[in-house]
Design a protein around this ligand. Sequence first.
Ligand code: TXA
Ligand code: MG
Length: 328
Amino acid sequence: MNSWEQLKEAVETLANGGLVAFPTETVYGLGADASNPDAMERLYKVKNRPVTHPSIVHIGSADQIEDWCLEVPPAVEILAGLFWPGPLTMVLKRAPGVIDAVTGGQNTVALRVPSHPLAQSLLQAFGRGIAAPSANRFGNLSPTSAEDVKAEFGNEIMVLDGGSCPVGIESTIIDLSSGIPRILRPGMILEASITVALSGVGLRWQTADVNLPPRTPGSLPSHYAPAKPLKLISSLELENELAHIIPGGQKVAVMSFKKLSDNILHQVMSTSPAVYAFGLYRSLRRLDKSDADVIVVECPPLELEWEPILDRLKRAAGPRDIEVKDGT
Ligand code: TXA
Ligand code: MG
């Protein structure tokens, strides 16, 4: 099948209430028609995701914002102008027609215009919003290639293959539904860039409140996690930690900025945050498939541009026993 025929089949599948996995610049999404409750039910079942967790609606261009939300505050116009199409998701007050299956019953809706050419072609051809969580089962690492999606779902689902996702981690999510902007999930569009962009609008910012219930599964303590236990260790402690673990008989796989020993399975990472993010999930998947008992990750620098990467690593290292994985 050529790519045109594949796109046509993808559009027909979505229009018939089916699911299509497709590439975005961040990670692969598992798409369903965002105005079809049956399609949304299918999506949540396949993903094994609690129905109370909302999904991002992907739209082809900012012109469609008003179909989905009640009002478009000036901040939204500024951010859409600067960062769309791209890896930014905005949470806004939902329009009355938006179905509960998309919003998880909340009074807000999350919108994003992805920049990946194949995502754009799909959205233009479909003409409506596509709800798409990352194309992995709930709690697992997000897929960054068509092979990753197939490893997760087998041949159960149609996958449009757009190669490797260039950003590599999920979009930044900003809540603009209340007049007090709040970053719900850090991403490669940094909070600092957004703050600068919105400095003229005179908004009061709210820092994340740890006592709020998790409206985003990404804010559960353990999420974006490999199957093996993961330890996040500071550069200074790294050699000590290995000297402690290895004699204890545990096999270790290490993700670090430099190779430490020829006898340990290593993934050497870039010191550039963008390149690190591009390889993060791919590298974790590789180490997760190895015969190691534990993955040890050297903590990146505690600097602004590393924040989204640190966030994912902390969640991957987070306590597993609090995680909601059973769809409740
Ligand atoms: O980069 C991305 O955002 C990828 C690609 C496919 O676009 N999508 C993605 O979707 O990461 P997902 O569902 O895995 O994560 C989206 C997060 C979820 O944690 C969800 O709870 C949150 O966005 N979310 C969606 N709608 C929301 C809303 N109305 N209010 C608050 N959070 C919302
Ligand atoms: Mg996800």
